[in-house]
Design a binder for this molecule. Structure first.
Ligand SMILES: O=P(O)(O)OP(=O)(O)OP(=O)(O)OC[C@H]1O[C@@H](n2cnc3c(O)ncnc32)[C@H](O)[C@@H]1O
Ligand SMILES: [Mg+2]
Length: 171
């Protein structure tokens, strides 16, 4: 069984393999696909749509049995800007199964820059003077002081996906 993951970002790929392999043994293939939303989604809806599109496009492109998409975004609330993360799993039978990941408040100065058109990954690199935060601990890792990094967050999100998938297939 081919399980296609719609990204080459190592934090996402590692998370999916860790969460899925105990439940769905198969060949994991990571593939660059379009999310068909902006590079920096700015709402829950846009981020969720990006995750679903990545899952569908990965399934198609790799001729896989299962497609998985994970997408990060920023969403503005009455209480400030939050990181948001969404994931989706598709196969040829079911409607997409979707799950949300952790969300934490980020500083206004970061949220404002992202809202004005910059990508969070670039803003974070500048903010902490590091290179490629997005492929490493992520903004979530920085702002939780390393307690929860991006791979761990995506691993929990991927467990929410695989758990729902297995449950639905039992019926
Ligand atoms: O290669 P892909 O899969 O696209 O991985 P990505 O790191 O670009 O991740 P997303 O497209 O899902 O995220 C959308 C944008 O938000 C950024 N982003 C989201 N969460 C982040 C985090 O925790 N740390 C740093 N950047 C983050 C990311 O760098 C993108 O600019
Ligand atoms: Mg991206």
């Amino acid at each position: 069984m081919i399980i296609a993951i719609g990204t080459k970002n190592p934090t996402k790929v590692q998370a999916v393999i860790t969460a899925f392999s105990p439940y769905l043994p198969g060949e994991f293939v990571s593939t660059n696909v379009s999310s068909e939303v902006s590079a920096q989604p700015l709402s829950d809806d846009e981020t969720m749509t990006g995750a679903i599109n990545r899952a569908k496009n990965a399934l198609k492109l790799e001729n896989a049995q299962i497609g998985i998409g994970l997408e990060g975004g920023v969403t503005k609330t009455e209480h400030g800007y939050f990181l948001c993360n969404w994931g989706a799993i598709v196969d040829c039978h079911l409607q997409p199964i979707v799950a949300g990941g952790a969300r934490i408040l980020i500083p206004d100065e970061i949220g404002i820059q992202v809202s004005s058109g910059l990508e969070l990954g670039d803003v974070m690199d500048h903010y902490v003077k590091k290179h490629n935060v997005r492929h490493n601990e992520g903004a979530i890792g920085i702002f939780t002081n390393g307690c929860v990094d991006r791979t761990e967050m995506f691993t929990q999100l991927s467990k929410l996906l695989v758990g729902q998938y297995v449950y639905k297939h039992k019926k």
